[in-house]
Design a protein around this ligand. Structure first.
Ligand SMILES: Cc1ncc(COP(=O)(O)O)c(C=O)c1O
Length: 386
């Protein structure tokens, strides 16, 4: 695809689950901010600042539109990344409203540890939910009574999805709980699973969805009722007296300030808007190309008895190990062939190491930038290895 024309022909990037490559229009949007209206948002009355405000506001709206959530009920705030967003929400939750916190065993350390820290700090018990091989949760196995549930909508080692997210949302809300979704892996290639589902918060990383390094929190306005302000500062208050303040977030128009203390990454936010436009206007053939590439790699890996593939289904993110071969050595060998793949446990240590007792793995995570020639190269190099 022309939008990744800076990639050289012999380099194969297979780490899109960590950071997707940025297409040209996204890089141009970021450059445009720096070269045409580099300015502070929200406080500036000169022309550049007004332009910045307009584009930042547009991005907040684009995120909600992308997720098919109503601006009457939801707000988009920006932060550093998924990890920061999850921790920021949990650090503000007043535990008196809840009985326990729950997360699932396949989580990335990001929610896994954030929920652990929440439990240690508040004294609320923490419960681990099992995930089925297809990524769903058997809802009848759990009591969600006033529970804070924090789970991913897609995994970062095999892409399995929270297929019954809608049922989970209903069950958690019926029991008086809240549902916070780690959407780090779903936003780029599996966003459909999230669209229109009225969870309480969705945390994501723009750098995993073809945008610059940035985090986002999409949250239901009524989540406010269980939050206690923390981390206050510039950009968050309408008035300040000697020992009191009035939060700007009380006003719907400025509700996003609830999670945005201090100056924000205005250029990155604007470029996220460009990434969403790019993503939504991609021709079908580019999605088809990703699907074909994914299927080919999956079938190739699956066809060898020496390769132990974690995936049950094809997904752009695939993890495996090869019998008798150290995954880290394989990663280094691939690197010598200019194939960039990750090795280890990908921050899902608990599940991969302590539940499944797997050796360190190799992860191929494909993206929209991969060409059919990349797949040929992967197959050729891997055939030699196997
Ligand atoms: C499922 C999942 N959750 C959370 C994270 C953390 O994302 P970040 O490091 O951008 O905060 C990742 C990162 O790979 C992830 O894959």
């Amino acid at each position: 695809m022309n939008d990744f024309d800076y990639l050289s022909e012999d380099e194969v990037y297979l780490d899109a689950a960590c950071q997707s490559l940025r297409p040209r229009p996204v890089i141009e949007a970021l450059n445009k901010y720096y070269t045409e209206h580099n300015s502070c948002g929200e406080r500036v009355k000169y022309k550049w600042g007004i332009k910045t405000d307009e584009l930042v506001e547009e991005t907040r709206e684009k995120v909600l539109k992308f997720l098919k959530l109503s601006p009457r009920k939801y707000t988009t705030s920006f932060t550093l990344n998924t990890t920061y967003g999850l921790n920021l929400i949990l650090s503000q939750i007043d535990p008196k409203h809840f009985k326990k916190i729950m997360t699932s065993e396949i989580e990335h350390n990001s929610p896994f540890l954030a929920t652990l820290a929440f439990s240690e700090k508040t004294g609320l018990p923490r419960e681990l939910i099992k995930r089925n091989d297809d990524g769903s949760i058997t809802i009848s196995d759990y009591d969600f009574d006033r529970a804070i549930v924090v789970v991913n909508s897609a995994s970062n080692f095999d892409g399995r999805k929270l297929l019954n997210i809608k049922e989970l949302e209903k069950a958690v809300h019926k029991a008086g709980g809240i549902l916070i979704i780690d959407a780090a892996q779903a936003m780029a290639h599996s966003a459909d699973i999230l669209k229109g589902v009225e969870v309480d918060a969705i945390c994501f990383s723009a750098h995993k969805m073809y945008a610059p390094s940035l985090g986002g929190i999409v949250w239901r306005d009524d989540l406010d009722k269980v939050l206690k302000p923390l981390w206050l500062g510039g950009g968050m208050v309408d008035d300040v007296e000697a020992d009191s303040y009035k939060l700007s977030a009380e006003n719907k128009e400025h509700r996003y300030t609830r999670f945005e203390s201090g100056l924000q990454a205005w250029g990155e936010i604007i470029a996220l808007g460009a990434a969403i436009d790019w993503h939504e206007h991609l021709p079908k053939k580019d999605w088809q190309n990703l699907e074909n590439n994914t299927r080919e790699v999956f079938e190739f890996l699956n066809s060898s008895s020496k390769v132990h593939l974690i995936n049950q289904e094809p997904n752009p993110t695939m993890a495996f190990y090869i019998e008798g071969l150290d995954s880290h050595l394989l990663g280094e060998a691939l690197s010598r062939e200019k194939i960039m793949a990750r090795t280890g446990y990908f921050c899902a240590h608990y599940y991969l190491d302590h539940v499944l007792h797997l050796p360190p793995l190799v992860r191929f995570s494909l993206g929209l930038h991969n060409r059919p020639e990349d797949i040929e190269k992967i197959k050729k190099v891997m055939k030699n290895v196997i």
